[in-house]
Design a protein around this ligand. Structure first.
Ligand code: PMP
Length: 367
């Protein structure tokens, strides 16, 4: 810490992303990326002429991409009639979360999010000095939205659906009941992992102006490195986010990423197939883990949250797998330290993961 740092940030605990080590080649199952590459339209869109155009700023209105996203969503969800003005695009969905915590958590608003969820929610809540509460999950790791309704006053309610790192999803019906009961609170549904099998809340935008849905190209669209996220919401809510964007970084999505994001929508069938493949691999992996004696939460995402007790603790599994060249994610928080999260890779990668885990568990029971 330098002597110039604002004392407000002196004790601030920043988010720790999953490791991206360079020391050797790993089977990387720790940050929920897609194991499949971007499709041909993306590779063609980011060509030499796109690179030559980098001398020019990107379109700050992001018109082509926002129009295409509105059209895409209208095609996916019956009853939606979104315009480009209902869409906000950003440099990864972390940016959307950041802006939403900043914009919608003013005096008199309590921010609520699940106690066990994406770690960045608390970081943003602290960073922006929000008044916030972490709402415990049920014993079975599910979210009970009645707990959020029970907190009085005006709220910004944020949750991931499916939740991370549990992978467990809420139904659109449960989310609709919350939207109906809380017309004066904004509900931000983080759908980073929705394409792997959960029900989307997107269709509810036709009826509710207190809903903001955030999505990312990082997982299902194989573009984690491009940094592209988007949100859909009412005209007024999106206008608020635009105001923040224009007050911080109007060119927040670079030219190549805008082009890549457009190209993905043109070949969405390819990504949808990848999601189906990943969901199939997930189910097979979960079954194999259960056969090995591990406990696996029911996931609708591209990862599994696993406990191999009593054979193997969470940290032991994480370190043992790392030693064998396989990266998974582990958190030291007491409530979840017995578990680890494994991203679903290709079938071959999951075979290697299962073999390595089996060896670790076998090694333990022989001791
Ligand atoms: N929400 C959740 C629940 C996530 O797990 C992630 C990925 N770390 C994000 C949002 C952010 O994704 P990105 O910034 O890559 O769009």
């Amino acid at each position: 810490m330098s002597r110039f740092l604002d004392p407000r940030f002196a004790g601030f605990e920043a988010y720790t992303p999953g490791e991206q080590p360079r020391d050797r080649r790993y089977i990387k199952l720790n940050t929920n990326e897609s194991p499949y590459p971007p499709g041909p339209a993306v590779l063609a869109a980011v060509d030499a002429s796109a690179l030559a155009d980098l001398r020019l700023y990107s379109d700050p209105t992001q018109t082509a991409l926002r129009e295409a996203l509105a059209g895409f969503l209208n095609g996916e969800f019956a009853g939606l009639a979104l315009e480009k003005e209902n869409i906000f695009v950003s440099n990864g969905s972390d940016d959307i979360l950041n802006f939403a915590f900043l914009a919608f958590s003013g005096e008199g608003t309590t921010v609520l999010f699940p106690d066990i969820s994406y770690g960045f929610y608390e970081v943003f809540a602290e960073f922006h000095g929000c008044s916030y509460r972490r709402i415990p999950l049920r014993e079975d790791y599910t979210i009970d939205l009645a707990d959020y309704r029970a907190v009085p006053g005006k709220k910004l309610i944020v949750f991931a659906n499916p939740n991370a790192p549990t992978g467990i999803a809420l139904s659109a019906g449960e989310i609709e009941a919350l939207l109906q009961a809380e017309p004066d609170s904004l509900v931000l549904v983080d759908e980073a992992y929705v394409d792997f099998g959960a029900e989307s809340a997107m269709g509810l935008l036709a009826k509710y102006d207190n809903l903001l849905v955030a999505r990312t190209y990082s997982k299902s669209a194989s573009l984690a490195g491009a940094r592209l996220g988007y949100a859909a919401g009412s005209l007024a809510v999106i206008e608020d986010l635009e105001k923040i964007k224009y007050s911080t970084n109007p060119y927040n999505v670079n030219r190549m990423t805008q082009a890549a994001g457009l190209a993905v929508l043109r070949e969405w069938g390819y990504y949808r197939e990848n999601c189906v493949k990943i969901a199939e691999t997930r189910e097979k992996t979960a079954e194999a883990l259960r056969e090995m004696g591990c406990e696996v939460l029911p996931s609708k995402s591209n990862f599994l949250f696993v406990s191999c007790l009593p054979a193997l603790g969470g940290e032991e599994a994480y370190l043992g797998l790392r030693e064998k060249g396989i990266l998974v994610r582990w958190w030291s928080r007491p409530e979840i330290r017995d578990r680890f999260r494994v991203t679903i890779g290709t079938p071959e990668e999951m075979e290697s993961f299962l073999a390595a885990l089996k060896a670790l568990m076998g090694g333990k029971s022989d001791e």
